[in-house]
Each structure stands twice: as structure tokens, then as C-alpha cells.
Design a protein around this ligand. Structure first.
Ligand code: A3P
Length: 307
């Protein structure tokens, strides 16, 4: 990654900056604020340089499937479901095989790489057609937009995202990593995918974390249909659909990865906290909720007006 960071030095220096403290600043690139050279996790790098590199180098195929999300919106869950569905012939999910499924033995993040990660940029062939991204729609590599590939976007209530993110960063900080901040760019972020899903319904599926929680069975069927791997009547009848849901459930995955929650870069446990809807009410004051609701409504109205 050091090479990638160096390659974009000049370009990054020319971007508008927002200082967080003396050593840390965010850069504004294509309307979004990013860390620069920031190493969040060994299999993911969401720095501005990684986005620039993927824009310059990544070539999508029409058969590719991208799982897109804002951080803390249910990426791990969506990755697990996408991987389990597309690979169910290769990796069986019944009682006997479940314990050796890659989602359990490695991690959902190892099974589905992030497009903007070092390992992926160095070796794009290991993705096998299923990739994830935190890149906003408007900054995706051009070949993703122009090819006929499919994108699934998962949205989550911004207040729950905020609280989930806050806990996540606190866990990382215990390990000495740098703090970060979140702002209302999540609405701008969502807007791109939402608008695109209306314009290109065959190419972009818009899911929400809340609906996926509420009606997991039907939403999983909808996801499978969209990614070209429909679940058959037989699979519904013999319990296979339920097995996919259980393998990818918060309970199963958090249990499998719980021993690994120390906030270190190789840790997978940090992706599992509570996995519920509405936990933000336990942390935000009524005043904070009001303010966030106003921002969300303003952005949503703006989104409807401009879509
Ligand atoms: P909480 O912090 O609210 O518990 P991401 O995967 O985008 O980083 O999002 C992390 C959030 O999704 C965390 O939310 C995490 O607990 C929750 N999560 C992770 N795996 C999940 C699963 N299999 N089912 C439901 N929620 C899950």
C-alpha cells in the first residue's frame, strides 16, 4: 500500500483538507471526506489513495456482483449472505458441513474482499466475481458503471450507524489507532445508490438493514434472485434457505468469531457488537435524536427533489 500512497502524493496534497488534529486530516475528494494513507484493517483500506487506485486500475466484468455499503450498515451480514448463496454448491451448509464453512473458519471479510483494499488491488483475481465496496456510487470506477454488472446496496438507519461506528472506533482506539469522525455524508452517500437503483433497477438492488432483520426470509430470496442465484422451491422445502440464514445470522457468526475481538488489525470479532435495530436510543439524547432526524429529513427531501 505504501507504493500506492506514494503514487498519489501530489494529487492528495492538492485536495481541500479538514484538520482533525495536528497529525491527522481528512481530504475532500469528489464531494466526500476521506482519510489519507489511513490503514483501518488489514483487508480494507478506505483511504483516498485506495479509491484513486481502484478508479485508475479496476476493470469490472459484466458478471461481477458488488456489495456496496456505508461503513457499519450491515456489510459483514450482506457479505456473508452473498457468499453463502453464491457458493452453496461448493461449500455445503448442512449441519455436518457448517462448522468448516469458510465464513466460520476464516471470516466474511476474507471471503469477500473490498475493492479498495491492498490485497485486492494487488491480486484482483481472488475475488471470484463477488466483491464489496465502501466507495460512494458517484466515485465508483467507471467500468463498474458502464459494464452490466450488478450492485447490491445496503442502507441502515443513520442513528444506528453512528452509534455502531462510535463503538467500532472506540474498540480500534484501544489498540492505539487514530480516532475519526462521522458526519452527514452518509445521506449523500445513500443518495447516489438510491437514485441509481431507481434509474437502473436491473443493475442495482437497494436493501435496508431494518427490512433484512424484519423479513429475513423474503429479503434473502430477493437478494438471491438479484445476484443470479435464485433459491429453488426444493431448497425452500428442504430447509436449505433457513440454513443459509442461520449460518449468516448474528448469533452464529458472532459466536464463531468472538475469541477474536481485541481490536487488532487481524481481528474479525470487532465486526459483531449487538446486531439489533434501534440501539441508538440507548446512547443518544432526545436532543441529539431530534437534530439527527432533522438532518436526515432535510437530506431525504433533497434526495426526493433531485431524483
Ligand atoms: P452494531 O454495532 O449496531 O451491533 P458492518 O458490517 O457494515 O461493519 O456493520 C457492523 C454492524 O452490523 C454492527 O452493528 C454489527 O453488530 C452488525 N452485524 C454484523 N454481522 C451481523 C449479522 N450477521 N446480522 C446482523 N447484524 C450484524
Amino acid at each position: 500500500m505504501a507504493i500506492i500512497i506514494e503514487r498519489y502524493n501530489e494529487k492528495v496534497l492538492a485536495l481541500p483538507r479538514n484538520e482533525i488534529d495536528t497529525n491527522l486530516y481528512l481530504c475532500k475528494y469528489q464531494n466526500f471526506w476521506y482519510h489519507h494513507g489511513f490503514w483501518l484493517h488489514s483487508n480494507a483500506n478506505f483511504s483516498v489513495e485506495a479509491i484513486m487506485a481502484s478508479q485508475d486500475e479496476f476493470q469490472a466484468l459484466p458478471t461481477d456482483v458488488f456489495l456496496a455499503s456505508q461503513v457499519k450498515s450491515g456489510t459483514t451480514w450482506l457479505k456473508s449472505l452473498g457468499f453463502a448463496i453464491l457458493n452453496r454448491a461448493k461449500f455445503k451448509i448442512d449441519k455436518d458441513s457448517c462448522a468448516i464453512h469458510p465464513l466460520i473458519t476464516t471470516s466474511p471479510h476474507d471471503c469477500v474482499p473490498f475493492l479498495e483494499s491492498e490485497s485486492f488491488l494487488n491480486n484482483p483475481s481472488y475475488a471470484n466475481g463477488l466483491m464489496a465496496t465502501h466507495i460512494p456510487y458517484t466515485s465508483l470506477p467507471q467500468s463498474i458503471i458502464s459494464s452490466d454488472c450488478r450492485i447490491v446496496y445496503i442502507h441502515r438507519n443513520p442513528k444506528d450507524v453512528l452509534i455502531s461506528f462510535w463503538h467500532f472506533m472506540n474498540t480500534l482506539r484501544e489498540d492505539g489507532s487514530s480516532p475519526t469522525k462521522i458526519d452527514d455524508t452518509f445521506e449523500l452517500f445513500r443518495k447516489g445508490y438510491y437514485k441509481a437503483s431507481l434509474e437502473r433497477p436491473n443493475n442495482i438492488l437497494f436493501l435496508t438493514y431494518e427490512k433484512l432483520k424484519e423479513d429475513t426470509y423474503n429479503e434473502v430470496k430477493r437478494l438471491a434472485n438479484f445476484i443470479g442465484s435464485s433459491l429453488t422451491k426444493e431448497e425452500e422445502d428442504d430447509g436449505s434457505v433457513q440454513e443459509i440464514i442461520e449460518l449468516c445470522s448474528f448469533k452464529k457468526l458472532s459466536e464463531a468469531h468472538k475469541g477474536n475481538k481485541d481490536g487488532s488489525q487481524s481481528s474479525n470479532g470487532i465486526y459483531f457488537r449487538k446486531g439489533i435495530v434501534g440501539d441508538s436510543v440507548n446512547y443518544l439524547t432526545t436532543e441529539m435524536i431530534k437534530t439527527l432526524d432533522v438532518i436526515t429529513k432535510e437530506k431525504f427531501d433533497e434526495m426526493i427533489l433531485t431524483s
